[in-house]
Design a protein around this ligand. Sequence first.
Ligand SMILES: NC(=O)c1ccc[n+]([C@@H]2O[C@H](COP(=O)([O-])OP(=O)(O)OC[C@H]3O[C@@H](n4cnc5c(N)ncnc54)[C@H](O)[C@@H]3O)[C@@H](O)[C@H]2O)c1
Length: 337
Amino acid sequence: MKIAFFDTRSYDKASFTKANQGGADGSHPYNYEIDFRDFKLNENTAMTAQGFDVVCVFVNDVVNAEVIDVLKKCGIKLIALRCAGFNNVDLKAAAAAGIKVVRVPAYSPYAVAEHGAALLLSLTRHIPQAYLRTKTANFNIDGLTGRDLHGLTAGILGTGKIGQIMAGILKGFGMKIIAYDPFPNEKWAGETGATYVSKDEIFRQSDVLSLHCPLTEETKHIVNHDTMKMMKQDAVIINTGRGALIDSKALVHALKHGHIGGIGMDVYEEESKYFFSDWSTDIMTDDVLARLLTFPNVIITGHQAFLTTNALKNLADTTLENIKAFAGGEELVNEVK
Ligand SMILES: NC(=O)c1ccc[n+]([C@@H]2O[C@H](COP(=O)([O-])OP(=O)(O)OC[C@H]3O[C@@H](n4cnc5c(N)ncnc54)[C@H](O)[C@@H]3O)[C@@H](O)[C@H]2O)c1
């Protein structure tokens, strides 16, 4: 199989090269021909897939109908997502083109949930500010008053793999767990002591609202002007899901007017232009992102929640297994339909 690998970072190249050679002991090599490219797949780059069998893509590659049309003409037979979310792929267009789509449904839900917890503690205990102060020998702690998480209510929006682990971590802090999911998992709730509530109630009751649902037409801007107005004024939001779960302009408004207490976000609605690159010496034209970066009660990380050694190994192993199954005409257990 010849694989055109888009939006490559150094850690992708390292983990996929190792997995392709058969892992640590080299026992089960795939030996696929992988062409690592540092640019994204989009309307301008799709034609570079000519001569390959598979495109391997990540969260900010554009796989819309126009791109899929070009991929089909290039002879691409498989779109292999090296991520869980598939909101960037036009599945109808892929099906119409006869191109299969596979993904990695779980590579380390712990990595993402633990990063969410890191964002939460950083936010509630002002760790970025404290770090910057002590780096310059400023040990003044004025303005760094935090909040006990113990006894507060955590709202888990989406109780799938990551949401359940996040709930377990927050329960460990002594928080009360409430949840919203259109497909409630009552068995899990019973075992954890979590309580399912309505969508409105999760916004009303949560002191910490953590987003773990996929981005769909239904969940786009699920956090918006109206839902943020329902929230407690000192409530914080943690978003390790997808940027467009939150209406970013409404978020700036809510932060400016004190409708919410803060946010820790690993994803941003318009992240595709900026995230995964160094823009520190450029002029930022995204005024919403620029404004968000100025708030003391906003912490942004650049879509790194997945980035652990465990997750990278699992991503590479599962992606190459998906491709192997396709090449061998086997059942595609991780197909997205
Ligand atoms: N930041 C990162 O690095 C990173 C990494 C992996 C995944 N993610 C994101 O996290 C999301 C969750 O991942 P997961 O593995 O837990 O997925 P999952 O499929 O196991 O769980 C998603 C849950 O969301 C629920 N859901 C669906 N529609 C909903 C709605 N309208 N309201 C509330 N809940 C709804 C589903 O019923 C399911 O229980 C992914 O879709 C992806 O977007 C982010």
